[in-house]
Ligand binder design. Structure first.
Ligand SMILES: [Zn+2]
Length: 75
């Protein structure tokens, strides 16, 4: 993919941090190969990358590290 589906901006390959929402859980993936639009910031993942993230989440694979995330609930 060379241009953005939404804005036709230029798309470049990058390694990014991706926050994956899984029901009530949040899983963070780092060093994820993705294509990012330089104009609107839309992120595209290859199908095999999405599959790898789904598998890691489903199998509850042992993470490389665990982050502590502060949670605020608004009144
Ligand atoms: Zn775009």
């Amino acid at each position: 993919m060379k241009t953005c589906y939404f804005c036709k901006g230029k798309v470049t390959e990058k390694r990014i941090r991706h926050v994956h929402h899984w029901g009530n859980d949040i899983v963070v993936f780092e060093n994820v190969p993705a294509e990012v639009c330089q104009q609107c910031g839309e992120v595209y993942f290859a199908p095999e990358v999405l599959e790898m993230m789904d598998k890691a989440t489903l199998k509850k694979q042992k993470p490389d590290k665990t982050l502590k995330v502060p949670v605020f609930s608004l009144p």
